[in-house]
Design a protein around this ligand. Structure first.
Ligand code: NDP
Length: 278
């Protein structure tokens, strides 16, 4: 397994196990440099969203990186997400076109419903199915969906989501959701894998990291992968971008995987998808 290794989604599309997240990175030189550094150092997957307000910079970085590294668009996997205000059939179709235009791309690899706004996500899903069937996006999915949201969606859906991107880290192991998604053939993807940095001082993780001669960030990314969860740690620093992806030369032993699993407290750094007001 290496940085370009992929999981095969239920429709046969291959998605890299590890990608770069760009939440809270504003348009500008730092963003462009981070995305370019990631691609240069072997990342093939970039995760953005309309609400991040940085799709234009991500697109610019992608174009420059493809040229400079002699890669083709097909070698990259680009994800974006439709924001809550744009959930609705026509609205979501329009939001997709706007994202594509900002990114300067002619298709996306993955398009997600960002949050399960009650009463709205079913219509938005119909739009994603239309986009998928028209070949404008290679895979479609959801984000922040609990089991009950997925159950509601599946009743009406003709295409089953390929991915569910949720908050996931050693303090929030999402056991039931993970099992449900696994059963359904829906790939789980971790957002805030590092708990936005809050886990990096954790004593137990530091002890384990010392045992393997790795950093805590690397331990967590590796824990994600060994659990079969796609992960997208964010950093704008080239050294950390490299560090977070240098996880393919070691393996966490089963008993240590268990020790990390024991850290679960069902604790979130972000909002609970049953109680958000945006
Ligand atoms: P992460 O858990 O990836 O943590 C990012 C933070 O950790 C940043 O402050 C970063 O700082 C720091 N960091 C990264 N690597 C290291 C390292 N090796 N050593 C020390 N510090 C480090 O948080 P995110 O919330 O950004 O989540 C990752 C991605 O998930 C997002 O960027 C976004 O793409 C996605 N996401 C999706 C959501 C959704 O609702 N679907 C919600 C939230 C995130 P620095 O940049 O300075 O290195």
């Amino acid at each position: 397994m290496n940085l370009q290794s992929t999981t095969t989604l239920h429709n046969g599309v291959k998605m890299p196990w590890l990608g770069l997240g760009v939440f809270q990175v504003e348009e500008g030189a730092e963003l462009v440099a981070a995305v370019k550094a990631a691609i240069k150092h072997g990342y093939r997957s970039i995760d953005t969203a309309a609400i991040y307000g940085n799709e234009a910079g991500v697109g610019q970085a992608i174009r420059e990186a493809l040229r400079e590294n002699d890669l083709t668009r097909e070698e990259l996997f680009v994800t974006s997400k439709v924001w809550n205000a744009d959930l609705g059939y026509e609205e979501t179709l329009a939001a997709f076109d706007a994202s594509l235009q900002k990114l300067g791309l002619d298709y996306l690899d993955l398009y997600l419903i960002h949050w399960p706004v009650e009463g709205k996500y079913e219509e938005a899903w119909r739009a994603l199915e239309t986009l998928y069937q028209a070949g404008k996006v290679r895979a479609i999915g959801v984000s922040n969906f609990h089991i009950h949201h997925l159950e509601t969606l599946l009743k009406a859906a003709t295409v089953k989501p390929m991915v569910n991107q949720v908050e996931y880290h050693p303090r929030l192991a999402q056991k039931e959701l993970h099992a449900y998604c696994h059963e359904q053939g829906i790939q789980l993807e971790a957002w805030s894998p590092l708990m936005q940095g809050q886990l990096l001082q954790n004593e137990e993780l530091n002890e384990l990291a010392a045992k393997y001669g790795k950093s805590v960030a690397q331990m967590i990314v590796r824990w994600d992968l060994q659990n079969g969860v796609v992960t997208i740690p964010k950093s704008t620093k080239e050294t950390r971008i490299i560090e977070n992806s240098s996880v393919f030369d070691f393996e966490i032993e089963q008993e240590d995987m268990e020790r990390i699993n024991q850290l679960n407290q069902n604790k979130r750094v972000g909002p609970d998808p049953d109680h958000f007001d945006f």
